[in-house]
Design a protein around this ligand. Structure first.
Ligand code: ADP
Length: 489
């Protein structure tokens, strides 16, 4: 690295602790800290959603109302600032019109809202006179930015040296809109993207596709998923474009925030424990059983699930074998929210198995920690999984993962093989209910041998899931992006 630290703007729709609906927020909160520790000047911009409390986060006004070009008019933005981990600056981009609402996503004008966020953030940097070397964009919400850098900002000396990295956290959510959004974004004159084999792009605006097409470097959040998305099966119709750019597409596994996710210090859980005091862990199981109104029994195997309730997560095959799994004598606790169809499905299961199956259809960060710390096994039967954080957090808390071997789950969980003594969990290949069932059966059989089980738990707890290694890889990607940019894209 040169004398001057590399400047990176993180442009992201969610970041812990300000706003979270899923893993994106964990990355938005943790990776910048790790990059800063490695010497980068990294700053974060996120929208100031109405639910972000000024007092709680000590927000201070940084920029008063300033105009942001939108469509053929201007909308006004303001910026408050705060920090993560005491020293990573966070800019919260505010607008009464776009962000003073109850929720984060799910509004008819989401396209316009995130175009505004991205544009306001770029305009903000000019006002602050802070020229980033790299803008690190995340998911469709910020996919327009690499497109802008190659079009309307191309001749602007302020952005001349700025390279872009676009990270795909989940290819399924692409941000697809009509042509009108190009006018809103001020790039109508450049028209639709045209790409052989992707007829859809001729008549819709796909913001994810634009990020992929125009960024200097593209990456996704595990090596396996980076390979998978090149195929029609996982490519969500963007695989031709991804294959076309494959020399720019990389995979970097997410880490977890090992300071926040630490069973030895976690203040949410009943009993702190570590590799040296695994015996104390059972107190968390008993506390969880009590809170969830499950039969209190330290021996019965307790399976935990914490997840968005979305099709991606494999709940269709789980639903098909749920009764068979309950017949095996397990307890289940599920924390999640999402598709009403799954809300109904799990509600029925709890009615059928009182005292053995508990569900919490809500988002609750404290309860999540209690489930990681109190469950024996953690289930993620995903159809696809770009990285998955739950399995890593579970392992750090001594809950043994049972996963489908896809994406980041395949990169982090290796199947326990009693013959060789290798493995840190249980995994199955085929997306099929009986494959899932068999993996759970194998886990339950292994659970009968406490010493072997403790060995599996300790293996997970001792593994390094910190951001350290991955943050170094991101720095390499930033350097690559700058080289590509300097050589003319
Ligand atoms: P995704 O990003 O697809 O939702 P990940 O496994 O990458 O899945 O990340 C999910 C993150 O969100 C984890 O930190 C998990 O603990 C958390 N999480 C998911 N659902 C809930 C919930 N209902 N309550 C609390 N935390 C949740």
């Amino acid at each position: 690295m040169t004398d001057k630290p590399m400047r990176v703007l993180f442009l992201v729709a969610e970041a812990v602790p300000f706003a979270k609906t899923g893993g994106l927020a964990d990355v938005g909160g943790a990776l910048p800290k790790a990059l800063q520790e490695l010497g980068l000047d990294v700053r974060i911009a996120i929208p100031k959603y109405g639910r972000i409390d000024d007092g709680r986060f000590g927000l201070a006004k940084l920029l008063d109302l300033y105009p942001v070009p939108m469509d053929n008019r201007y909308e006004m933005a303001s910026v408050k600032d705060s920090s993560i981990g005491s020293s990573v600056p966070v800019y919260l981009v505010d607008s009464e019109k776009y962000f003073n609402r109850e929720g984060i996503y799910g509004y008819p004008d989401d396209g316009e809202r995130f175009i505004f966020f991205a544009r306001a953030a770029l305009e903000m940097l000019k006002l602050l006179d802070w020229q980033p070397d790299v803008i690190h964009c995340h998911d469709w919400h910020t996919g327009i930015v690499p497109n802008w850098l190659e079009t309307i900002y191309r001749q602007d000396p302020f952005w001349d040296q700025t390279a872009s990295v676009f990270t795909i956290h989940n290819l399924q959510y692409q941000g697809v809109f009509g042509r009108r959004i190009l006018e809103v974004a001020g790039i109508d004159e450049y028209g639709f993207l045209v790409h052989p084999g992707m007829a859809d792009l001729d008549h819709v605006v796909d913001l994810m596709a634009r990020g992929i097409r125009f960024a200097d470097v593209v990456n996704t959040v595990s090596e396996r998923y980076a390979q998978e998305i090149m195929t029609p099966e996982y490519g969500e119709k963007l695989d031709p474009l991804l294959r076309d750019r494959q020399d720019r597409v990389f995979g970097v596994l997410n880490g977890i925030d090992v300071e926040l996710m630490n069973p030895a210090t976690d203040s949410y859980i009943a009993a702190n424990f570590s590799v040296d005091s695994l015996g104390r862990r059972v107190e968390n199981k008993l506390a969880l059983q009590k809170e969830a109104h499950l039969n209190e029994d330290p021996h019965v195997p307790l399976v935990g699930i914490i997840s968005r309730l979305a099709d991606q997560k494999g709940f269709d095959i789980l639903g098909e074998v749920m009764d068979h799994l309950m017949d095996l004598g397990v307890q289940f606790v599920l924390l999640g929210t999402g598709d009403p169809h799954y809300h109904q499905m799990f509600t029925k299961v709890t009615q059928d198995y009182p005292g053995r199956c508990a569900i919490f259809l809500t988002f609750n960060a404290a309860l999540a920690q209690k489930i990681y710390a109190g469950s024996d096994m953690f289930l993620m039967p995903s159809r696809f999984e770009p990285c998955g954080l739950g399995q890593m957090i579970a392992m750090r808390y001594g809950s043994v993962p049972i996963v489908r071997a896809t994406g980041g789950l395949a990169d982090t969980v290796t199947d326990w093989d009693p013959r060789t003594g290798q493995g840190n969990g249980f995994s199955f290949q085929l997306y099929d209910r009986w494959a899932l069932f068999t993996a759970v059966v194998r886990a339950l059989e292994t659970y009968k041998y406490p010493q072997v089980w403790a060995e599996l738990q300790l293996r997970g707890m001792k593994a390094d899931f910190s951001w350290n290694a991955s943050a170094r890889r991101y720095i390499e990607l930033y350097q690559k992006a700058r080289e590509f940019h300097a050589s003319g894209g």
